[in-house]
Design a protein around this ligand. Structure first.
Ligand SMILES: Nc1ncnc2c1ncn2[C@@H]1O[C@H](COP(=O)(O)OP(=O)(O)OP(=O)(O)O)[C@@H](O)[C@H]1O
Ligand SMILES: [Mg+2]
Length: 282
């Protein structure tokens, strides 16, 4: 006879609350909010590129931005360190808070902000200077080194953290532009790290790199998230799945969905997210 009665052991098990899940949720909740954007709208002249984007970015998380070309990923990324200020005709509305500071406050020092919220671009863009100077320049500008020896320390530690030191330590006086593409991108990451950032923005940092250089950068991102908050724009969904804790899907200037990366790729809530990740458009 088949019985549907539960055994005592099964009964007991169902009564034990799922403490591990609870603790996990609590620790997720107790993470500190690093940046918070409310109703961010961006206009290029008359054209509106972002229609009111709000999101919270947690400390030490890696968050990916995905979505079809032209949906506003780079535009939103640039809002986070006021790089849109440099674009003629661009206008930003809404509020963005870093820790407890409004970054659009008129009294704010934008140069300092861009050190706190550093940026790495799609195409590696070393300065036309030596490897050493590429790193030392920002550190000097921000008064981080009093002595020459301090500067050398900053250069070495930044290159080490960017995983480039062993490859370049014998040729620090040579031009940064003489490095391979993947090395140049790590040099740009080292340059961003050298000024003690808290957040690093990366706009398609691997799109010009081969698969080996890409995997080096991805490993680096995993290492860097211990100390920094990282926001990465990528067209490579496998990359988003590999590197990020949460993923944001943008479409036509709106943030459609922001969830844990595993949920976005296995169980998206929105039909447009599902259509995009299954390759129905984009
Ligand atoms: N400097 C600019 N001047 C005018 N319009 C712009 C400018 N930069 C972006 N746009 C427009 O804003 C919209 C969003 O562009 P954005 O570059 O943010 O998209 P994206 O999601 O980063 O695309 P991609 O994946 O191709 O890099 C697009 O319609 C684009 O044409
Ligand atoms: Mg872009």
């Amino acid at each position: 006879m088949v019985t549907t009665m539960k055994s005592d052991v099964e009964m007991e098990l169902t009564l034990v609350p799922d403490v591990s899940g609870l603790l996990h949720e609590q620790s997720e909740r107790s993470k500190r909010i690093k940046m918070s954007a409310s109703d961010v709208k961006v206009f290029y002249g008359e054209t509106q590129a972002l229609h009111g984007v709000s999101m919270e970015i947690m400390e030490n998380e890696v968050i990916s931005f995905i979505g079809p070309s032209g949906c506003g990923k780079s535009t939103f990324l640039r809002c986070l360190n006021r790089m849109n200020d440099t674009i003629e005709g661009a206008r930003v509305e809404g509020r963005i808070i870093l820790d407890d500071q409004n970054i659009y406050d008129t009294a704010l020092d934008v140069v300092q902000l861009r050190a706190q919220v550093g940026m790495v671009f799609q195409k590696p863009n070393p300065f036309p200077k030596s490897i050493f100077e590429n790193i030392a320049y920002g550190a000097r500008l921000h008064g981080l080194a009093e002595k020459k020896a301090d500067l050398a320390d900053i250069v070495e530690s930044s290159l080490r953290r960017a995983g480039l030191w062993s490859e370049v330590k014998g040729r620090l006086d040579q031009p940064g532009t003489g490095l391979s593409g993947g090395q140049q991108q790590r040099l740009c990451i080292a340059r961003a790290i050298a000024v003690n950032p808290e957040v690093i923005l990366m706009d398609e940092p691997c799109s010009a790199l081969d698969p080996i250089a890409t995997s080096v950068i991805e490993e680096l991102i995993d290492e860097l998230k211990r100390n920094f908050t990282i926001i990465i724009v990528t067209h490579n969904m496998q990359q988003a799945a590999r590197v990020s804790d949460r993923t944001a899907f943008f479409h036509l200037g709106d943030l459609i969905e922001l969830e844990k990366t595993a949920d976005i790729f296995t169980n998206p809530k929105n039909k447009r997210t599902e259509d995009y990740i299954t390759g129905r458009f984009g």
